[in-house]
Design a binder for this molecule. Sequence first.
Ligand code: AMP
Length: 220
Amino acid sequence: MRNFVFIAPPAAGKGTQSKLLVEKYGYNHISTGDLLREEVSKNTELGIQINEIISSGKLVSDDIVLTLLKNRLSSVLSGSNPFIIDGFPRTYNQAVMLEDCFKELNVDNYSVIYMNLDYEEAKKRVLGRLICPNCGKSFNDLVEGLMPKVSGICDSCSSNLEKRSDDTEETFKDRFDTYINNVEPILNYYNDLNKLINVDASKNAEDIFKDIETYVTEVK
Ligand code: AMP
């Protein structure tokens, strides 16, 4: 099966699509945001520094993110299941770093999925997003089809749903600006490498998944 790199604005549904690929095809989901939040939860000095940056909506330094990503990627590659990288690259520099990392680790069978979504829709998805702290399932109070059956409760494991601390209107604006300022050179880079696939992320989750599924089969 083909490996994927997801590029999208905040809350476009990368996490939801990743979860569907994990459940149906056994993908390994590598989210740099999750890797950083894991570090924050350890409450180390590094974790405290990372938390300050994430809370301000800015980007964590390339070195820190790449080290965490490379460690996880190496351990995933020791198994036979494909991977999804979600949240990296966020800059042109990171795209070049990732390509070097793939070369070093002999990864060639991959495509970059660009999930395109406009500002207003992304904002709605960020402000309504709710995450289950127990099973990781994600819901949305403002998006039809993603609302939990019982308000504030996870459909799968009945835990109380939580908001992410950086899913505020103010932080969203900074995160979206950062994304817009960086995305074009990344897309051009992957287009030139013939790795880019465009997916319309304004559709509902099920339909986006149908589109993505058509690319699961290995590149011939
Ligand atoms: P996410 O869960 O992907 O929305 O990421 C949450 C936050 O983690 C971002 O707003 C950044 O502060 C940080 N982060 C995640 N991935 C990266 C990355 N590739 N480079 C720099 N910072 C990142």
